[in-house]
Design a protein around this ligand. Structure first.
Ligand code: DC
Length: 220
């Protein structure tokens, strides 16, 4: 069974999906982390597409969720922290727009969810990757609010970061992610929209957990 949460950067998808996975004892899948991993490989290939696609097919990408963290390994080596650097963040929309990269990541995800109950988060999961998902959510929030949340998350590791920089980065990514030709960021028609601008974290987690419990009850 697959439950998906889509939404723009900083809308709270990732922390919410992790809290739900922990509370409900289900698996968590972070599709953005897989695009970030592809981006890391692209940068390591010095942006040379031929080398990049060769490495993408040769390297074995594995992942698992543990202790509130989505871990990714490339050929057995952890890249969990490396994929969160600003170098990767700045290049990820460009790499995620490549149709070959999208089908690569989609296949990785579709293979893994065949077993168990998963909550996955991303941009196009309800529309392109899992159109038949049992439950779909679309999380949104004001740009200002999203930037404040991102800054809070990042300021410990990057004390020089400003609200304006985060806001600009998020706005640029939103634009690229929603305007790209290949599977853009888009709310699925049958997704439940959750605007988190004025919700506390607990409120948004409760709201989604309630919907999931209802569906699980129906299935049992
Ligand atoms: O959720 P995130 O910020 O880690 O995602 C990183 C990038 O990956 C984001 O800018 C767009 C891309 N992405 C995507 O195109 N499709 C997804 N399903 C998830 C992420």
């Amino acid at each position: 069974m697959i439950i998906v949460i889509d939404g723009p950067a900083g809308s709270g998808k990732s922390s919410t999906a992790r809290a739900i996975a922990d509370r409900m004892g289900i698996e968590y899948l972070d599709s953005g982390a897989l695009y970030r991993t592809a981006t890391l490989i692209y940068l390591e290939a010095n942006r040379d597409k031929e080398t990049f696609f060769r490495l993408l097919n040769q390297n074995k990408i594995t992942f698992y969720y543990e202790d509130q963290k989505f871990h990714v390994l490339v050929d057995g080596q952890s890249v969990t922290d490396k994929i969160r650097t600003s170098k990767v963040t700045s290049a990820v929309s460009e790499v995620a727009a490549l149709p070959r990269v999208r089908s690569f990541v989609n296949n990785l995800m579709r293979d893994v969810v065949l077993d168990g109950v998963y909550i996955a988060e991303g941009r196009d999961l309800g529309t392109a990757v899992f159109p038949d998902a049992e439950l779909k959510f679309f999380m949104s929030a004001d740009l200002e609010e999203r930037a404040k949340r991102r800054l809070n998350e990042r300021k410990e590791k990057n004390p020089g970061l400003t609200l304006e920089e985060v806001k600009q980065n998020i706005a640029e990514r939103d634009l690229k992610d929603s305007r790209r030709k290949a599977d853009p960021l888009k709310k699925a028609d049958d997704a439940i929209e959750i605007d988190t601008t004025n919700l506390t974290f607990e409120q948004q987690v409760d709201k989604i957990c309630l919907e999931i419990s209802e569906v699980l009850k129906e299935i049992e």
